[in-house]
Design a protein around this ligand. Sequence first.
Ligand SMILES: [Cu+2]
Ligand SMILES: [Zn+2]
Length: 176
Amino acid sequence: MRSVSFFAATRATAVLGTALLLAAWSTSNDATVKVLDATGRELGVLTLVDAGAAIAVTGTLRGLTPGVHGMHLHTIGSCDGASFAGAGAHWSPTPKQHGSANPAGSHHGDLMNLTVGADSSAVVKMSTPAGSLRGEQPLLDTDGAAIVIHATTDDYKTDPSGNSGARIACGVVSGS
Ligand SMILES: [Cu+2]
Ligand SMILES: [Zn+2]
């Protein structure tokens, strides 16, 4: 009996230690985004991490309308207001226009379109064209940032938002 509880205590300590280690790592190297729809329903959590001269965005979202949706990093860490207006425009620390197919593009916050399957879920695995979380031209500046998902497809060229329609989901980037 004593040896069993000793084992349990040892294991609990190890699990706690690992959790603390992960928490410490996540505050210094990455950031997370809890994505909510307009009714406040949680669609999933995305992880952002510096990857070369870009930011990689990964995770899984559920509960979206099937189809192809524009998705961007916006410049303010707010999802307040009607249609998530608080998130502001696309994150763009240099004077560029929208989209990889725009000769004057792109914004740092221009991500690839998000494809949502018939089961309403989407696997997110994409990168920004430039920038970093906390280094050169940081996403996590004083007013933070947000991820916004739009109703329709981003054409990758029409300024300022790829003609991707209404903002249907939003999440504030959480990280310091
Ligand atoms: Cu957007
Ligand atoms: Zn843009």
